[in-house]
Design a protein around this ligand. Structure first.
Ligand SMILES: NC(=O)c1ncn([C@@H]2O[C@H](COP(=O)(O)O)[C@@H](O)[C@H]2O)c1NC=O
Length: 566
């Protein structure tokens, strides 16, 4: 039978609904007995599953076992307990309809006005390292079925999925019932809850069973801490006639983004915009960082700190990135015999001290006392690192406004990145070097680089990926010395990089995130005296660019791979 349609006049109005019968099946027993006490006091019949029923009974409150309602013992290790018409008809009957009311009477089934369910602790289980069948067993089936049924039938039933909702239920019991508005709100929370639950399950499958990207997307509504998103099926949307990359892609299904709200931010990018931080259950990034000191993180602090981390952690040797407005003011790795992270910071700062004022600093090593002593004299918004030496923390904490954060263990880039566009999301794998090596580079002009120059070119090629396109980065001795970013033509980016580098341009190496469409941009670098250039190549005018480099006697490599960053 398909979904029935009734005319509007068939529906009787129901707003306040007194609670006479409640179904309770909870894995987390927090607050259960207070709720049971209030329901028992009000004479509400409580119907309950296995250990929920025994917890209530042991506390001395009357309870009816689900099995005595269904006439069917819980079976298959609890895989089937509430999955029975005597339960689900009691939840789903729409008593605004006389027909449903009559059918329930005929079937001898009593309706529920309240359903209280929380689900098997799937996320907690997998977070503790459990995998395989033990993890699968924690996928709740009967619970979500009841939650969704009650939420669908919110015209007649109140659904509570979290102990934080119990106080309002208790209040409603004493005030004569739940209101429609209240049941609608609870239903929204319930669907958010099951959506987040299924997302966690899908991500588990992606990570452990190799089924990638079962994510869903849609407009997020914030309900009880979880933004929930539903999307049309990919099958409805995908162009089956498309060929090539789409068919080879591991991306499929629906893309779901869920996160629990952990912080309402003071404002968004600007003071008239609302903003909040939502955290993924299994994330290990800036959203999970621990703040040790300073004012609350702002929206812009988060985006800059994320960009800074992405950059610093792109290097295996001690490295520091200083970011402003998501763009690098300086990137450097350690050099010399001194304290490595202090060296990396000093050299990153020296790239552009003017822009580093008010910047966000990420270090991929513990912040040392020596680094702290330098940073303390520079106005800095945020320092984020895997840790701080105790004395370094003390030194920096003397500055009232600086925010100091440590990264969670196991910090890593997301497996998939996404960007919201109107009406949808774009999803991609991140731009990472699986096995970075200059071995495959093609020498197209000048002498093969010596070891020192090659190391600088490799550094520049890695670092330029943190610069928004069109990106030109000049580097020397493992430190950026001039960055040209975000220009709408490559010539201006070259000018900017050279201007910022000043005298340091001469003798530096240059990296370009994409090919030079004409020789003019490259010529600016050559005129400034760069000693080598690395770029993807691939322009129809590559030969003009090669000729310009050759005429200047400058080494140039093609990598064959572009690194746009927008
Ligand atoms: N299979 C079922 O029919 C079923 N019905 C309810 N549950 C879950 O069982 C848990 C409660 O069980 P107990 O009361 O035995 O602790 C709840 O988390 C509930 O979501 C079920 N379990 C899972 O699928």
């Amino acid at each position: 039978m398909s979904a029935a349609s009734h005319s509007a006049s068939d529906y009787r109005e129901r707003d306040a609904i007194p609670i006479t019968r409640a179904l309770i099946s909870v894995s987390d027993k927090t607050g259960l007995l207070d709720l049971a006490a209030a329901l028992a006091e009000a004479g509400v019949e409580i119907v309950s599953t296995g250990s929920t029923a025994s917890t209530i009974a042991n506390a001395g409150f009357p309870v009816t076992e689900v099995a005595s309602v269904t006439g069917f013992q819980e079976t298959l290790d609890g895989r089937v307990k509430t999955l029975h018409p005597a339960i689900h008809a009691g939840i789903l009957a729409d008593l605004r309809l006389a027909a449903h009311e009559e059918q329930l009477v005929d079937l001898g089934i009593r309706p529920f006005e309240l359903v209280v369910v929380n689900l098997y602790p799937f996320v907690e289980t997998i977070s503790s390292g459990v995998t395989g069948d033990a993890a699968i067993e924690q996928i709740d089936i009967g619970g979500p079925a009841m939650v969704r049924a009650a939420a669908k039938n919110h015209a007649n039933v109140a659904i509570a999925v979290s102990p934080s909702s119990y106080p309002q239920i208790v209040k409603a019991v004493t005030l004569g019932g739940t209101t429609l508005a209240q049941r609608q709100r609870l239903a929204g929370e319930a669907f958010a809850h099951t959506a987040a639950y299924d997302t966690a399950v899908a991500e588990f499958f992606a990570e452990n069973i190799g089924v990638r990207a079962q994510h869903s997307l849609a407009q997020s509504s914030v309900v009880d801490g979880s933004p929930v998103i539903e999307a049309p099926s990919r099958d409805d949307l995908i162009d089956e006639t498309s060929t090539g990359a789409a068919e080879a892609s591991e991306l499929a299904g629906t893309f779901t983004v869920t996160g629990a709200i952990t912080q309402v931010l003071r404002y968004g990018e600007n003071s008239h915009q609302q903003a909040a931080l939502y955290v993924s259950a299994d994330g290990a990034g800036i959203a999970q960082a621990t703040q040790l000191h300073g004012k609350e993180m702002s929206y812009n602090n988060y985006t800059d700190a994320d960009a800074a981390l992405r950059t610093a952690y792109d290097f295996s040797e001690p490295a520091v990135a200083i970011i402003k407005h998501a763009q690098p003011c300086g990137i450097a790795v350690a050099r010399g015999a001194g304290d490595p992270i202090a060296s990396a910071h000093q050299r990153a700062h020296d790239c552009d001290p003017v822009s580093a004022f008010g910047g966000v600093i990420a270090a991929n090593r513990v912040v040392s006392v020596e680094m702290a002593n330098t940073v303390k004299d520079i106005f800095t918004e945020v320092v984020i690192a895997p840790g701080f030496e105790p004395e370094a923390l003390e030194i920096l904490s003397a500055k009232k406004n600086i925010r100091l954060l440590t990264l969670p263990e196991g910090y890593h880039r997301e497996e998939l990145e996404y960007k919201q566009i109107s009406g949808g999301l774009l999803v991609q794998t991140p731009d990472v070097f699986d096995e970075f090596s200059s071995d495959g580079w093609q020498l197209v002009s000048g002498e093969a680089a010596d070891a020192n120059t090659l190391a600088d070119l490799e550094f520049a090629w890695r670092a330029v990926r943190a610069v928004k396109s069109n990106a030109i980065l000049l580097a020397d001795e493992g430190a950026s010395v001039g960055v040209g970013m975000g220009q709408v033509n490559r010539v201006d980016s070259c000018r900017l990089a050279v201007t910022r580098a000043g005298e340091r341009a001469a003798g530096s190496v240059a990296a370009s995130d994409a090919f030079f469409p004409f020789a003019d941009g490259a010529q600016i670098l050559l005129d400034a005296g760069v000693r080598a250039i690395v770029q993807p190549g691939g322009s129809i005018r590559d030969q003009d660019v090669i000729d310009a480099a050759a005429a200047a006697g400058v080494t140039m490599y093609f990598t064959g791979e572009r690194h746009f960053y927008h």
